[in-house]
Ligand binder design. Structure first.
Ligand code: AKB
Length: 316
C-alpha cells in the first residue's frame, strides 16, 4: 500500500494532485503537506490527513515521513519563474536547499521522490523547435538554474544512493481550480477567466511567442504514471520532456473565440515575462516519455478550451 506525502499540497498543481492521489490510493494514505499561511481548506482539508511540511525544515520533514510511514514524496515546493527572478535567493532556498532536505529524508527512509522540472530548464541556446530530450540546458533565469540543478541533484541521489527519483519537465499548466502565481505561462490561464467574466484581456506576451502547454488532468496523469512506471523501462529519470500542445497568444485567442465569439484581446507586453518566454522552447519532443512510460496526453487546445470555459462558467 502506498503512503504518500505531497509537499506544496495547496499550490496550483498540489491541490489537484493531492485529490487525484486520494481518489486512487485512499484519502487516509495521502498526506497534504502545507506551509504556514497556506493551510488546506474545504475538500482538501476534509478528505485526508494534513501536516505542516516546510521543505526548508529538514527535521519537520523527517518527523512527518516517519509518523506516516511515507514511501513516496511528491515535492512541489518551488517559486515560479517570474517570482524567482525577483527573489532569487528565496528561489534557491526553497527549490534547492529544500530539495536537498527532501532527498536526504528520502535516502534515510527509503522513499521514492517526484520533483518537477520545467521547460524553464532550457534557455536561449537550446534548439527551440522540437527541443530534444537530451540537449543544451543553459538557462539564464534563477528559475531555470534551480530546475537544471533539480534534475542533476535528483539524478545524483539516484546514481549514488539508489533513491528512486523521477521527474518531468512540465510546460505551462492550465487549470480551472487553483490559479498559478507568478509564472511566465500564467497568461494562458488568466485569459480564460477574462473570457468567462466577459472582460477584455490584455496579453503580457507578444503574438508569435510559442510555448508548450498542458491541461491539468494530463499533468496529473504525467506525474502519477511516471511514478507508477516499471523502473526497468526507464532510460531517463530527471526529467522527461512532456507536452500536450504548443500555441502563441493568437492561437489560444482564436480557440476561445470559437466558444466566446465576442471576446476581445489586446497586447501590453511585459518585458520580463517576454524575455523569459522568448528563451524557452517553442515545442518539445516528448518521444522519450512516450516510449519509456507510455505518456500520451488526452487534451488538445480545442478540447481543453471547451472544458475550461464550461467549468469556469459553472463556478464563477
Ligand atoms: C512558469 O511559467 O514559471 C511555469 C513553468 C512553465 O514552469 N508555469
Amino acid at each position: 500500500m502506498k503512503k504518500i506525502l505531497v509537499i506544496g499540497a495547496t499550490g496550483q498543481i498540489g491541490s489537484e494532485l493531492t485529490m487525484e492521489l486520494r481518489q486512487r490510493y485512499g484519502g487516509a494514505n495521502v498526506v497534504a503537506g502545507y506551509i504556514q499561511g497556506a493551510e488546506p481548506k474545504g475538500e482538501l482539508r476534509e478528505s485526508g490527513p494534513m501536516e505542516l511540511a516546510d521543505v526548508t525544515d529538514a527535521n519537520v520533514l523527517a518527523q512527518v515521513v516517519k509518523a506516516h510511514q511515507i514511501d513516496t514524496i511528491y515535492n512541489l515546493a518551488a517559486l515560479l519563474s517570474v517570482v524567482a527572478e525577483n527573489k532569487p535567493k528565496l528561489a534557491w532556498k526553497i527549490g534547492i536547499d529544500g530539495l536537498w532536505n527532501v532527498l536526504e529524508v528520502a535516502r534515510e527512509a527509503g522513499c521514492a521522490v517526484f520533483t518537477p522540472s520545467s521547460i524553464g530548464s532550457f534557455g536561449a541556446s537550446t534548439p527551440h523547435v522540437m527541443t530534444p530530450q537530451d540537449t543544451v540546458q543553459r538557462p539564464r533565469t534563477m528559475y531555470g538554474v534551480t530546475k537544471v540543478t533539480t534534475e542533476l541533484l535528483s539524478d545524483y541521489y539516484s546514481l549514488k544512493y539508489g533513491v528512486d527519483t523521477r521527474s518531468v519537465r512540465f510546460p505551462g499548466i492550465i487549470s480551472n481550480v487553483t490559479p498559478p502565481g507568478g509564472g511566465t505561462t500564467d497568461y494562458a490561464v488568466d485569459i480564460y477567466y477574462s473570457a468567462v467574466r466577459g472582460e477584455d484581456f490584455v496579453c503580457p506576451i507578444q503574438a508569435g511567442t510559442y510555448m508548450d502547454m498542458m491541461y491539468m488532468p494530463d499533468a496529473l496523469h504525467a506525474a502519477i504514471s511516471l511514478m507508477e512506471a516499471d523502473p526497468t523501462r526507464l532510460i531517463h529519470r530527471n526529467g522527461f520532456n512532456v507536452t500536450a500542445m504548443s500555441f502563441d497568444p493568437e492561437g489560444i485567442y482564436a480557440a476561445i473565440r470559437k466558444v466566446v465569439p465576442d471576446f476581445k484581446m489586446s497586447y501590453q507586453v511585459d518585458p520580463l515575462k517576454q524575455s523569459i518566454a522568448s528563451s524557452w522552447p517553442d515545442s518539445l519532443d516528448d518521444s522519450c516519455a512516450r516510449n519509456e512510460c507510455d505518456w500520451k496526453p488526452q487534451y488538445d487546445l480545442d478540447k481543453m478550451t471547451v472544458d475550461m470555459i464550461e467549468k469556469l462558467k459553472a463556478r464563477l
